[in-house]
Design a binder for this molecule. Structure first.
Ligand code: HEC
Ligand code: HEC
Ligand code: HEC
Ligand code: HEC
Length: 186
């Protein structure tokens, strides 16, 4: 790749600039006050670009939207990593979505989401597969060992069987649990 081209005021420059802005926003978001962090990582932030998508309503209607225990799981609880470095890297990827937001025709419409759901789900799924669903496990800490008494028998058995397998043969949460927060389309 010709690195010089990145600094020219061309189409590539704008991508470079967006990534740079992304890093700055990410660093600011992470290292300044907790308030800043929250400002860039609440559902409201995600919904600025996804405002016409049914995503949040879907979460609210799912077990993750409050259900029995009155807990609302936020977008970033599932979609953004917890470690500072990983968090920044993912934020930069989200910054790239700013480019997508500006260039994808009709992105912020329900029609676009309906039409592209399968492809988007696949991309989202990749993150969970690459991280062994770390975000899920951050909350669901008692799936494999120390399972709660009142977990369904079927669930206990499936989880225990999965845990018996060699680590690289094990399935990850989202292999078995699809659409835990959204309408899942294959
Ligand atoms: C409980 C975890 C969880 C929460 C909370 C959650 N998501 Fe997701 N999201 C997923 C998973 C898992 C997928 C992968 C596809 C699937 O299984 O539905 C996904 C997929 C997506 C997709 C790809 C399209 C699709 O429907 O598959 C988008 C966009 C998305 N999420 C945005 C959001 C936004 C915005 C919020 C907050 C309003 C949010 N998510 C909250 C877990 C979650
Ligand atoms: C700057 C606008 C913008 C913001 C802010 C934004 N998104 Fe998106 N998002 C997009 C665009 C555009 C796409 C489609 C990207 C593509 O397919 O190239 C997308 C796709 C997604 C996907 C599916 C594809 C993938 O790579 O996983 C998920 C999940 C997602 N967004 C979650 C979120 C979450 C969670 C937040 C808040 C932390 C958020 N988005 C904030 C614009 C945005
Ligand atoms: C912020 C914490 C949190 C995160 C992150 C989270 N969950 Fe949950 N999840 C919960 C809570 C709380 C409930 C129970 C809701 C209730 O009982 O009302 C739940 C319920 C469930 C259930 C049972 C209800 C159902 O929909 O069948 C499954 C399965 C599940 N989660 C899987 C996942 C997976 C897979 C992920 C990652 C994509 C995930 N969870 C991420 C907190 C979380
Ligand atoms: C091999 C497939 C498989 C894997 C991997 C798996 N589960 Fe499950 N899980 C199941 C089945 C089957 C059930 C029971 C189905 C039901 O009750 O709807 C279940 C049930 C659950 C429940 C509900 C328990 C209850 O008592 O209602 C939660 C929460 C859950 N799983 C979370 C997770 C999380 C988090 C992971 C990843 C750490 C995970 N599961 C990995 C198959 C799996």
């Amino acid at each position: 790749m010709n690195w010089r081209a990145l600094f020219k005021p061309s189409a590539k420059f704008s991508i470079f600039a967006l990534i740079a802005i992304g890093i700055v926003i990410g660093v600011a978001g992470y290292f300044t006050t907790q308030q800043t962090l929250h400002a860039t990582s609440t559902d409201a932030f995600c919904m600025t670009c996804h405002s016409n998508h049914s995503l949040r309503d879907e979460v609210m209607a799912s077990a993750h939207g409050g259900g029995k225990s009155g807990i609302t799981v936020q977008c970033q609880d599932c979609h953004l990593p917890h470690g500072p470095v990983d968090y920044l890297v993912k934020k930069i990827i989200v910054s790239k979505d700013l480019y997508g937001y500006l260039t994808i025709d009709g992105f912020n419409t329900q029609e676009w989401l309906d039409e592209n759901r399968a492809e988007q789900a696949k991309k989202a799924m990749k993150y969970f597969k690459d991280t062994d669903s770390a975000n899920c496990q951050h909350c669901h800490t008692r799936i494999y060992e120390d399972q709660p008494e009142d977990m369904k028998k079927m669930a206990k058995r499936m989880h225990a069987k999965n845990f018996e397998k060699a680590e690289d043969k094990r399935k990850t949460c989202v292999d078995c649990h699809k659409g835990v927060a959204h309408v899942y389309k294959r």
